[in-house]
Design a protein around this ligand. Structure first.
Ligand code: WTA
Length: 661
């Protein structure tokens, strides 16, 4: 059996189905006729969504221009301002007093921010950026904790037509530097630090280290005060956010930009060592995030309290903490810290406290809550919840059912949403109130989205089989390119099925007899650890950059809690190998990767091996290493140059505790 057959087999063992309750269906935002409307006139459907959900300063006539694939233009002759859509128009409509964010810091400090207040903050921040010489099209890097100023910074950048590049606060100085340089950012917005597990994790030192050789394009660093920790200061370059804001005008009128004006770049891991700067633009992106946020989460903006637990450093934070909810005028919760600090019930306390009605999180979090025990959530009043969402990785049916039963009180619909940094917004998901849900399956493309499961040559697979996931028609929030690298954009996503014009997502999927889609994980060298995308090649490059390493191979092995975990196999340089024990080498290398890329990329295990399994043409056979790391009998080795290698590795692995934890 192959890995994907094994996983589909275990997935299908849960065969309960959950139909929406009649009460839920009766008042649901999404109705079955959406499918019909989108099918009859797909582009007309998107045009209508866009006109209904957004304010266009200059209305568009043109819907899609696909004359130069894969470079799409949506609503190209229209003009809008993304921040105006997220802020001013709600205030002008009389909803200024509605809460935009209930923010809670990890130490328990809180802030409630209305739409009127958020609008005022963003106007001031926009003037501050303009004062620093930032203009439309300039890039601004944002390296921040989960605090309200992060959202203000993003929206201020968007308001003046500049382009933000948010870098997750857990990334290292080196990763930050690579991203700043690639985008040639003019400004960095950061904080002194943010709270994590009870203490302040500093952020400014990484910015200082990233800029230390003085060669970058960065002219200023704006620093938000959060942690109150000491920071080093570079006069002339560094500025305190609060001091500068005090000096600028409070009024700022939003200017309209073309629909295809760039909104942001977000770096994500690919199959090569260098992260890709995924580019999103304005009108199409905002249309699809608003549409999906409203329909998939059944959002009633005047009544719901919505919480998406993602960090804004990831695409889920961009689309479903910032742009989708604010475009829809929703009230959201933002929480700064980790789920289990100061004690493991922290998230459930927040749901109880703010009466959260819609909750969106990742399977890895759900699985760790399952491990901690159901008595923790059961001790809280979670009765305000009426809808639950999942994102980032396949959700195993056990976790799905636990989520619904324990967190959702056996009542709430659960929507499993498939999408990617590249797709910008949700693509495959049940519609609550319409779809009968199946634990473990993401199920159906949303109305307006065209998905195929195809063979290697692009033929649709029959029901009951597996294949590759493709998007067969352009969609509004699709990536518009890879920053500075159009060739890589074409090569990565559009070359595999070039003759058919399909977008290749990099995921494997199974189509069941009912036509429902089950995601089976990546088919390339991208790993998914706790819902975060990591590149095997990037970690391998980091390992071989250490002086003791001659060669390295990295695989993503299955892990009960995190979905996958990083396991590395390294060959040491002959001379250096004598000066360290394998255990010391392993520890050193784990720390090295954490420092170079960030703690999320730290291998769970590093094994020192005498050889790596290679094909006769010299390609590392990661499949065999994955077999070893997952404790399976080593599979087919016929293409291996030296078959004894695998035996040696497998034995060494077992001896050195590969089986434990
Ligand atoms: C995986 C996160 C199964 C998938 C929004 C995809 C999923 C990658 C799901 C994108 C899901 C995301 N079921 N797999 N519901 N959602 N994935 O760019 O492999 O961080 O290609 O975007 O996560 O990860 P990214």
């Amino acid at each position: 059996m192959t890995t994907s057959e094994q996983s589909i087999d275990s997935l299908l063992r849960e065969n309960r189905r959950f139909a929406p309750s009649p009460e839920f269906a009766a008042s649901a935002v999404a109705t079955p006729d959406l499918y019909e409307a989108a099918k009859t006139d797909r582009l007309g459907f998107w045009a209508e969504q866009s006109r209904n959900l957004l304010h266009w300063h200059q209305p568009f006539e043109q819907v899609l221009d696909w004359s130069n694939p894969p470079f799409a233009k949506w609503f190209a002759d229209g003009k809008l301002n993304v921040a105006y859509n997220c802020l001013d128009r709600h205030v002008e409509a009389g909803n200024g007093e509605r809460v935009a964010f209930h923010w809670e810091g990890e130490p328990g400090d809180t802030r409630t921010i209305t739409y009127a207040e958020l609008t005022a903050d963003v106007k001031r921040a926009a003037n501050l950026l303009l004062g620093l010489g930032i203009r439309a099209g300039d890039r601004v890097a944002i390296y921040m904790p989960m605090i309200p100023e992060t959202v203000v910074a993003m929206l201020a950048v968007a308001r003046i037509g500049a382009v933000h590049s948010v870098v997750f606060g857990g990334f290292s100085a080196e990763s930050l530097r690579a991203r700043i340089d690639d985008a040639a950012a003019k400004l960095v917005i950061t904080a002194d630090g943010g709270y994590r597990r009870g203490s302040v994790a500093p952020l400014k030192p990484a910015v200082d280290a990233a800029l230390k050789d003085g060669k970058s394009t960065v002219q200023h660093v704006l620093v938000v005060r959060r942690g109150e920790n000491d920071v080093e200061w570079t006069e002339g370059r560094d500025l305190w956010w609060h001091e500068e804001l005090g000096k600028v005008d409070a009024e700022h009128e939003a200017e309209a930009f073309e629909a295809e004006h760039p909104l942001y770049i977000l770096y994500t891991s690919g199959t090569t060592g260098k992260p890709k700067g995924i580019l999103h633009t304005s009108g199409g992106y905002l249309t699809q995030v608003a549409y999906t946020h409203r329909n998939v989460f059944d959002l009633k903006p005047e009544a719901d309290v919505y919480w998406c637990s993602a960090d804004v450093g990831w695409v889920t934070g961009h689309s479903y903490v910032v742009y989708g909810p604010l475009a829809n005028g929703a009230t959201s919760v933002i929480y700064e810290g980790t789920p289990d600090h100061p004690e493991p019930g922290r998230w459930w306390d927040l749901i109880e406290k703010y009466r959260v009605s819609i909750f969106y999180t990742a399977p890895t979090a759900i699985r760790s809550f399952m491990k901690a025990g159901r008595e923790i959530p059961l001790a809280r009043d979670l009765s305000s919840l009426r809808l639950l969402g999942s994102v980032g990785e396949p959700i195993n049916p056990e976790a799905w059912v636990w989520y619904r039963e324990i967190i959702g009180g056996g009542q709430t619909p659960v929507v499993d949403t498939w999408w990617q940094t590249e797709t910008g917004a949700i693509m495959i998901s049940a519609l609550p109130g319409v779809t009968e849900t199946k634990p473990g399956a993401a199920q159906v493309p949303l109305p307006g989205i065209s998905i195929g499961i195809v063979t290697d040559s692009g033929e649709p697979v029959p029901a009951g089989s597996g294949g590759l996931l493709v998007v067969t028609e352009p969609w509004p929030s699709m990536l518009r390119g890879i920053w500075g690298d159009p060739e890589r954009f074409k090569e990565t996503y559009w070359s595999k099925f070039a003759d058919r014009g399909y977008y290749f997502a990099g995921d494997g999927a199974h189509l069941d007899e009912d036509g429902d889609i089950w995601l089976l994980g990546r088919v390339d060298d991208v790993m998914n650890v706790s819902g975060h995308r990591l590149s095997t090649t990037e970690i391998e490059s980091s390992l071989v950059s250490h002086p003791i390493v001659a060669e390295a191979a990295v695989v993503g092995a299955s892990d009960e809690t995190t979905g996958q975990c990083v396991v590395a196999f390294v060959i040491l340089r002959a001379k250096k190998a004598k000066s360290v024990t394998p255990e010391e080498a392993s520890e050193k290398l784990r720390a090295h990767v954490a420092e170079q890329i960030g703690p999320i990329a730290k291998p769970k295990k590093v094994f020192v091996v005498p050889e790596l399994p290679k094909t006769r043409s010299g390609k590392i056979m990661r499949r065999l290493l994955r077999d070893v790391a997952e404790g399976r009998e080593v599979g087919d080795t016929t293409t291996l140059a030296d078959t004894s290698v695998m035996q040696v590795i497998a034995e060494g692995y077992r001896k050195r505790g590969g089986e434990e934890d």
